[in-house]
Design a protein around this ligand. Structure first.
Ligand code: CA
Length: 370
């Protein structure tokens, strides 16, 4: 067994060496020599998130650090928070044009460019984080989404997930659909469009701009993410009612965008390092949130936050409006329909399985302190 492993390792080293121009091969020192002669590559990545959100912004830094470590510091990626190089809503376009090599983004910010981009992030009553990963890595998700992003000259990788989000912060109690009427709420993507149908005026504001707008009364309510991020942004100080669940974001996936020409110019071992780093960042963000959200929720409750579930009336109205919206989009675009059908097929099958295994277990085992 040991000899087989040794031979295999040697074969892999030879293959790696073949990528390196001018590198001699055949002795034990070749590995070090190969690393020494790898090209220096310096990239820039723009995030749609502010630096203060260490968990979500931090995924790009996780990727950057790991790529550097895996390439002995030869391939570096400098990470810029939203607004430093480009505004958050121009991240996709910047990567598409090659102004920067990479982006880290929630694709639902860009549904104005193509509504189907929502499926790369999340849709109302859509997949959980686990389900999205299964669809992307082992279902039809990767091929469908890569085909969609090819139109933007971008290669995409999953790059983190928040898990099921919270429903957001309201100044007063919201019990019925009519209570939503006339509210102005910061809520992006399809969630905002569904809220519009329930009588809300939806707005999209970048993370750093929300608190001042809520404090000044420019908006009446806002959603962001979950307890850890929401606590940092301070919403509880001006809007004490904290609703759940965030039915519009049951498992929002964040994506790394790579300019396709720049991706194609990378040596294959750098491509492998980047793909591995993206996968690690994807797992790492979810784990980080799952560790940080529980104590953050405890702290918020200790600060007098009023935790409330959305009523069944609101949930059902939102569910109906969401399905209508999805079907309307599908009727307008065959590619969107193909994406929706794959997404729904996978989700339905997964819901039956997870509804059997996970849900029956968690229904019994989870303590319900709320
Ligand atoms: Ca959100």
């Amino acid at each position: 067994m040991k000899r087989r492993k040794f031979i295999k390792a040697g074969a892999m080293l030879s293959a790696g060496s073949a990528l390196t121009v001018g590198c001699a091969s055949g002795s034990d020192t070749d590995g070090a020599a190969a690393v020494q002669t790898r090209p220096r590559v310096s990239w820039r990545l723009v995030s749609t998130f502010p630096r203060s959100l260490d968990t979500i912004f931090g995924a790009a830094e996780t990727l950057s650090n790991r790529v550097s470590e895996l390439t002995d510091g030869r391939f570096t990626i400098r990470v810029f928070p939203a607004g430093e190089m480009v505004p958050f809503d121009q991240v996709l376009e910047s990567v598409q044009k090659g102004t920067v090599e990479m982006g880290h983004a929630a694709s639902y910010y860009f549904t104005g460019l193509n509504p189907a981009l929502a499926f790369d992030c999340t849709v109302p009553f859509g997949m959980s984080a686990r389900q999205y990963n299964a669809w992307f890595y082992y279902g039809e998700g990767r091929d469908l989404l890569r085909s969609l992003f090819a139109d933007f000259n971008i290669v995409n990788f999953p790059g983190g997930n928040t898990g099921v989000q919270m429903g957001g912060w309201f100044r007063r109690q919201i019990s019925t659909v009519s209570d939503l009427g006339g509210l102005t709420m910061r809520i992006p993507g399809m969630g905002g469009r569904v809220m519009d149908r329930l009588g809300v005026t939806a707005q999209v504001l970048a993370g750093g701009d929300i608190y001042p707008a809520l404090e000044r009364g420019v908006i009446d309510a806002t959603e962001w993410s979950g307890p850890y991020d929401d606590e940092k942004l301070g919403f509880y100080k001006v809007a004490p009612y904290y609703y759940y669940p965030g039915w519009w974001e049951p498992g929002p996936n964040l994506s790394f965008y790579i300019n396709a020409d720049k991706w194609g110019s990378l040596p294959s071992d750098y491509q492998a390092a980047l793909a591995a780093a993206a996968a690690e960042a994807n797992v790492d963000m979810m784990a980080d949130y799952d560790a940080k959200n529980p104590p953050a929720l405890e702290r918020l409750l200790g600060n007098g936050v009023e935790l409330r579930p959305f009523s069944q009336e609101i949930m059902q109205a939102a569910f109906t409006a969401s399905n209508e919206l999805l079907q309307e989009e599908a009727a307008a675009d065959p590619a969107y329909r193909a994406m929706l059908e794959s997404y729904d097929r996978f989700k339905s099958s997964s819901n039956r399985w997870l509804g059997t295994s996970e849900l029956s277990f968690t229904d019994f085992a989870y303590e319900r302190e709320a």
